[in-house]
Design a protein around this ligand. Structure first.
Ligand code: ATP
Ligand code: MG
Length: 567
């Protein structure tokens, strides 16, 4: 893309920004922009939520506004506290901070109840004695009208009495519900007398046993927006059909002069090779198919973090994909690309040998050691230079040597030369094997005049291959976990007759226990990120790595190994 085109695209607004700018021009909402991120605390956040977070917080940042974090906790369940905590941690890690304290829809239960009473008093809501199953059957289909409930025309007094008794715990779950009285013939199914309240005899993580009736999402959401003074209530496309109901409820509780929130829908993020349904992610956790919500193969924010993603890479990704009005699927390679792009600039280059093969340099003195100098990041000279020890015994990768090498094998082979990165040219003289014929060691010689950067003729001599290496006696031991995509199919949950678990990648995790790292990594901090030269980007596992017991995760290989081009 040319620079000009790119800057033009920068300047063009997405459709939500256009709406906001129009509102600002008209001084709607007194020029205030107030958004919210409203997760339901029933699971960990994933990359799709990250998109929504970047969008909501990003809009407020751009227009000098504010963003609330609001837990949509209208459905009581036991595990919620763990989820609430993880959600706050994830939002902060992504680099955003909400306005004031986090909000909870449950804080508004009293107000919502009062509004329900108000709507009943205006004759627009009624208590229905039918079972939820029957109510659901009577809703009809998009092409067939619904059937009106026999309780629809109860008197206001009777409705008030019954609703109060619902609240006071006189009825069992499923015995009665409160419904909005709208239109059973509406072409929009959501307007066919939707349920506003149901009886649920469950303890709530914040309100305990105070309530035994709980508002439905549709009745709680818009009203929560209204209470908080939200101006632009951004949500995903599946709520487009709920918008008339969102507006209907607001109309019925609204006071002239207040800010009236506007719901705006955008397309949710779908990623290839990834599942994003919380229910399915939970299944992976519960069936121990992955090791918890923060397993580095999970698309959860905490999983991506542990994998080695940076908040910058995720924010950049969210920005790159933009906001769409129609559903689409984004190639997961784009997410990985954002990450490589970021790490390329920020990660130090280091040498690590994952599958070590020992090399003895027979003409190098036994007790000698020296240092070679290496740039930490050729992309950024401010990152400096480090020294790395070199000695008579070294490790290289097993697959950098081949005994019967084809012509195009530009690595080490008998009687062939390679350069050891930042050090000397070596030549393989002898292959040592154990009694079973496995190669255990290579005997090599080195050219003492060929040291990189020494300025000699030999230092400039070109040989075909350059290998990474570490000095055996200085190397640090580590476990390295090679992570790959969790699914082998582009759309694991897009197959009618197959379960998404049929497409798990059997090679999504490979654990290497005998890796040899350069000594500068000895005290590598949890979550620090490196480029292991020629291998990819790696990070120190934030959960399992301990001093003396280093564990690294592979974040991404250097190239997209899934791309057909790179196969
Ligand atoms: P649930 O089915 O449990 O409601 P959910 O994925 O919609 O799942 P929420 O906690 O309700 O989860 O989502 C919080 C916010 O994140 C909502 O505004 C929702 O629209 C948005 N969101 C959820 N998934 C995505 C996604 N894949 N892309 C963009 N935004 C998303
Ligand atoms: Mg939702």
């Amino acid at each position: 893309m040319t620079e000009r085109k790119e800057s033009e695209e920068r300047k063009s607004l997405n459709f939500i920004e256009s709406i906001i700018e129009e509102d600002l021009r008209n001084n709607k909402n007194n020029g205030i922009v107030y958004t919210r991120f409203p997760p339901e605390p029933n699971g960990y956040l994933h990359i799709g939520h990250a998109k929504s977070i970047c969008l909501n917080f990003g809009l407020a940042q751009k227009y000098n506004g504010k963003t609330n974090l609001r837990f949509d906790d209208t459905n009581p369940s036991k595990e919620e506290v763990e989820y609430v905590d993880s959600i706050m941690e994830d939002v902060r890690w992504l680099g955003f901070d909400w306005e004031g304290e986090p909000h909870f829809a449950s804080d508004y239960f009293e107000q919502l109840y009062e509004w329900a009473i108000k709507i009943i008093k205006s004759g627009k809501a009624y208590v229905d004695d039918q079972t939820p199953e029957l109510i659901s059957q009577q809703r009809g289909t998009p092409t067939k009208k619904g059937i009106e409930s026999p309780f629809r025309n109860r008197s206001i007094e009777e409705n008030l009495d019954l609703f109060t008794r619902m609240k006071d715990g006189e009825f069992a779950e499923g015995e009665r519900v409160l419904r909005a009285k709208i239109d059973m013939a509406s072409p929009n199914m959501h307007m066919r007398d939707p349920i506003m309240y149901r009886v649920l005899r469950k303890e709530h993580h914040r309100t305990g046993n105070k309530w035994c009736i709980y508002p439905m999402y549709d009745f709680a959401h818009g009203q929560s927006d209204y209470i908080e003074g939200i101006t632009h209530s951004v949500c995903t496309l599946e709520f487009e059909v709920h918008r008339p109901l969102y507006e209907w409820f607001l109309e019925n509780v609204f006071t002239e002069g207040d800010i009236k929130p506007r719901q705006i829908e955008f397309a949710r993020l779908n990623l290839s090779y990834t599942i994003m349904s919380k229910r399915k992610l939970l299944e992976l956790v519960q069936k121990n198919i992955v090791n918890g919500w923060d397993d580095p193969r999970m698309p959860t924010i905490t999983g991506l973090r542990r994998r080695g993603f940076t908040p910058e890479a995720i924010r950049k990704f969210a920005d790159t994909i933009g906001v769409a009005k129609r559903d689409n699927v984004i190639d997961v390679a784009l997410l990985e690309h954002s990450l490589r792009d970021d790490l390329n600039k920020t990660a130090s280059r280091v040498m690590s040998v994952l599958n070590p093969l020992k090399i003895v340099i027979t003409n190098y003195p036994e007790d000698k050691e020296e240092f070679v100098r290496i740039e930490n990041n050729p992309e950024d000279e401010n990152m400096g230079i480090r020294e790395m020890p070199f000695s008579r015994e070294l490790y290289i990768e097993q697959d950098d040597f081949m005994e019967d090498a084809p012509k195009k094998f530009f690595r080490l082979a008998p009687d062939k030369e390679v350069r050891l990165k930042a050090a000397y040219i070596i030549k393989c003289e002898q292959v040592i094997k154990d009694s079973e014929g496995n190669i255990t060691e290579l005997r090599c010689t080195y050219d003492p005049d060929s040291k990189s950067g020494s300025g000699t003729e030999a230092s400039k001599r070109k040989v075909k291959g350059t290998l990474h290496w570490v000095s055996a006696k200085h190397a640090v031991d580590a476990e390295v976990r090679l992570y790959d995509r969790l699914f082998v199919d582009e759309a694991p949950d897009g197959h009618k007759d197959k379960d998404f678990k049929d497409f798990l990648n059997p090679e999504s995790l490979q654990i290497l226990k005998n890796c040899k790292l350069e000594p500068s990594l000895k005290n590598a901090e949890p979550e620090s990120k490196y480029q292991f030269q020629r291998l990819g980007y790696f990070c120190v596992d934030r959960r399992d790595s301990k001093p003396g017991n280093l564990v690294f995760n592979r974040t991404v290989p250097l190239k997209d190994s899934w791309s057909k081009q790179n196969k």
